[in-house]
Design a protein around this ligand. Structure first.
Ligand SMILES: Nc1nc2c(ncn2[C@@H]2O[C@H](COP(=O)(O)OP(=O)(O)OP(=O)(O)O)[C@@H](O)[C@H]2O)c(=O)[nH]1
Length: 394
């Protein structure tokens, strides 16, 4: 039996990860507003906040297929509108991507080359060893099986008999998979509210700062909202990034109602004629119930107060966690309608192969990638550049 079968013969299981930080008790009183909205609408605001705070049972009833048992599972760690491309990746960035993917590329190419060099003909043993090489490069079981299936068909269709020809075939198949995701990825015309979720340490705050900078460089007026109110440090960290990016931040005190922050941020976004409001939301509440409840409440505020805005939910994933990051997409998809992924820390990871299967597995596109800790180290995902970086050194 091949190593692949020994290791992955059974279905993958979702492993509980780092426990999530506790959330203050529900019902905490909305704290003093540090930066208040331009016009005083406190009564209206209170009424709306109360209205959107539906009982949890009602919220849950709306979600099909999510049993309370499933919900109680601890969440891991955690037309005409014109499409507009926000800044194609810069040359320096593409270089960083190439160098960032060196470890992934080395693992992948070394593995594939070793297998292909060891066989004189294409047979089952060769396919099995290729499977292992892909698994080692963190492509994941399902994606690997899909690639192997495609490879077999490709070999038949193109009547390939030389093992060496399989490398190009693999490159073609993998490139097609990466490029399968839709191109219309960027922020659209008209006001947009972006909710950013992600587990502790994935790079959420950093990515929000970088995204604000990127959008601002592309002539968008950006406002940030500190709607992840759990830790004062998180709010302060977001303030640092807001200052770096030169954008305003709407924030309340630690422990305050996240929906109230979003309410104020919407009012500010409207009066300041902001193009993109980016909300740092809690992605790490204790469990799915709390997280879903919070996101639902924020979504209802947006629908009520800002119906004209387009809403995006982006999940921040740490590329260095490889297949584990994919599991997070699976879990978060159960609580939120995720539109896209921000993949961070692609600099220096050996697990970049995990990105190949994200779209085919979840139909959620990677929208932005992070390749460093600096403010301009986030760019829109260029699938073609990524595919090239995975196979070539320049
Ligand atoms: N190398 C590298 N580091 C990154 C990248 N994005 C974020 N980081 C680093 O990852 C660490 C965590 O980033 P944060 O933005 O604080 O993560 P967070 O998800 O907001 O986490 P909490 O603050 O704990 O909620 C920081 O040290 C960042 O500098 C990236 O693309 N590349």
């Amino acid at each position: 039996m091949s190593l692949f079968k020994k290791l992955f013969g059974k279905k993958e299981e979702i492993k509980p990860e780092t426990a999530l930080t506790d959330r203050p008790e529900e019902g905490i009183v909305s704290a003093k507003i540090v930066e208040s909205i331009e016009d005083g609408k406190d009564e209206k605001k209170q009424a709306i906040l109360e209205e959107v705070s539906e009982p949890l049972s009602k919220v849950l009833d709306k979600e099909e297929g999510i049993t309370s048992e499933k919900l109680e599972e601890s969440i891991q760690v955690r037309e005409d509108e014109k499409e507009e491309v926000i800044g194609a990746p810069k040359q320096g960035f593409i270089k960083k991507l190439f160098s960032g993917l060196t470890k992934t590329r080395d693992t992948l190419l070394k593995g594939v080359d070793e297998v292909l060099g060891a066989f004189k003909q294409i047979d089952e043993d060769l396919y099995e060893e290729l499977e292992e090489a892909l698994i080692m490069a963190d492509f994941g079981v399902d994606t690997t099986l899909h690639i192997m299936e495609e490879l077999r068909s490709y070999v038949k269709a193109h009547k390939i008999s030389e093992p060496s020809a399989l490398k190009e075939a693999l490159q073609t198949i993998i490139t097609e998979m990466i490029m399968a995701q839709p191109e219309d990825l960027m922020v659209q015309e008209g006001p947009t509210v972006v909710l950013v979720i992600g587990v502790n340490g994935a790079g959420k705050t950093t990515s929000i700062g970088k995204l604000a900078h990127l959008l601002k460089q592309n002539d968008k007026k950006v406002l940030l909202a500190a709607a992840d109110t759990f830790r004062a440090a998180a709010i302060n960290q977001l303030q640092v990034w807001a200052d770096r990016a030169g954008v305003d931040l709407i924030k309340h005190e630690e422990g305050s109602d996240a929906a109230a922050v979003v309410f104020d941020a919407i009012a500010a976004a409207k009066s300041r004629k902001v193009d993109v409001l980016i909300c740092d939301t809690a992605g790490r509440l204790q469990n799915k119930v709390n997280l879903m409840k919070e996101l639902e409440k924020i979504s209802r505020i947006i629908e009520k107060e800002y119906p004209e805005a387009k809403k995006e939910i982006l999940i921040v994933l740490d590329a260095t966690t490889g297949q584990n990051a994919l599991q997070q997409v699976k879990l978060f998809k159960e609580v939120a309608n995720i539109n896209g992924i921000i993949l961070t820390k692609l600099d220096g990871t050996a697990k970049g192969g995990a990105i190949v299967g994200i779209y085919s597995t979840f139909q959620v596109p990677v929208k932005y990638i992070g390749v460093g800790e600096k403010i301009d180290d986030l760019q829109p995902f260029d699938s073609e550049a990524f595919a090239k970086a995975l196979f070539k050194n320049n």
